[in-house]
Design a protein around this ligand. Structure first.
Ligand SMILES: Cc1cc2nc3c(=O)[nH]c(=O)nc-3n(C[C@H](O)[C@H](O)[C@H](O)COP(=O)(O)OP(=O)(O)OC[C@H]3O[C@@H](n4cnc5c(N)ncnc54)[C@H](O)[C@@H]3O)c2cc1C
Length: 273
């Protein structure tokens, strides 16, 4: 029988694993690990497949755990939360919000699984705010020999330290315990500048703002800068029209404009296609 092809988000990684598994429980996962051991097969987990590299590619057993996406425990006063490792950041944020909690920091998108985001050191910006791995307080893992272990700073501390950015190489993460914070609002300012001006001001920009980042196209002279600061001001989201104009059109088509001055747009687009 022909093997099914799996692709990552960018579709640059394509592979046909020997077998595909979608376990619905830790017991089913443990049985897959036992079988892999008996047959001498390797296992690779894939979260949301958003890594650009071949880090989640395998010729052997391809496993996804989207079904392990439950909220297991919430301590609203301390902000410590335990979730299934297959939960997406989007769903995690929604669940946390129900309890007045939030991740203290995250990257640009929310499509990743918490396990994938943790395993690759996914991060946002901000001198005072660490990446997702810094928010992790404990992990439940199935090790390659089939043991289920709960690890944290006191139990198996060395394994815990490594597994916080384990690159999927140390075992299967089935549960993640993380430290959330009281939810907060961000005031976002997104603007376009010359790349030289952004770079010159950068040391001051990152010191004087909670979060700052900029995008530019190699060879281009302009940059799109995004700054976010925590605020107690009431929420003032963009209207639907402004959202479509500023976010969807400006951010996507605007990128084309950023790279046009040097005429490198068409060439770059060609490479990206
Ligand atoms: C559009 C886009 C925007 C991005 N923005 C950012 C950003 O702002 N900041 C940033 O730092 N990164 C960013 N990334 C990168 C992304 O956060 C990482 O590649 C992340 O690993 C993707 O999570 P995933 O769930 O898709 O993991 P996958 O890519 O599926 O897997 C990543 C690794 O985790 C392992 N893994 C997955 N699940 C488990 C598990 N249960 N147990 C053990 N190992 C496991 C896999 O085997 C693999 O080694 C972005 C990527 C894209 C495509």
């Amino acid at each position: 029988m022909a093997r099914r092809e799996i692709t990552n988000w960018s579709q640059l990684q394509r592979f046909q694993p020997r077998e595909i598994f979608t376990p619905r429980s830790e017991d089913e996962l443990a049985a897959i690990v036992a079988r892999a051991g008996l047959e001498g097969r390797r296992i690779k987990l894939m979260g949301a497949g958003h890594s650009f590299t071949a880090i989640a590619v395998t010729p052997d057993f391809h496993v996804t755990i989207h079904a392990l996406d439950q909220l297991h425990h919430v301590d609203q006063s301390s902000g410590v939360v335990t979730v299934g490792a297959g939960i997406t950041l989007k769903k995690l944020n929604r669940e946390l919000d129900r309890y007045g909690l939030a991740l203290t920091n995250m990257g640009d998108i929310d499509k990743q699984s918490i396990a994938g985001a943790v395993s690759t050191g996914t991060h946002g910006t901000g001198l005072a705010y660490g990446g997702i791995a810094t928010q992790i307080r404990g992990l439940r893992m199935i090790t390659p020999n089939g043991d289920v272990v709960d690890i944290d700073a006191n139990h198996e501390p060395e394994l815990f330290r490594c597994a916080r950015v384990g690159l999927g190489a140390l075992g299967i993460i089935t549960r993640v315990t993380l430290q959330a914070v009281p939810s907060f609002r961000l005031h976002a300012v997104e603007s376009s500048h010359s790349l030289d001006d952004v770079l010159e001001a950068w040391p001051d920009t990152i010191r004087s703002n909670d979060h700052a980042e900029f995008f530019f196209m190699p060879g281009g002279r302009n940059a799109a800068r995004k700054i976010n600061n925590r605020t107690d001001e009431p929420a003032a989201p963009l209207s639907r029209r402004r959202y479509i104009a500023d976010k969807l059109v400006a951010e996507n088509i605007g990128f084309g404009v950023i790279i046009r001055p040097n005429g490198v747009g068409p060439r770059l687009q060609h490479v990206v296609e």
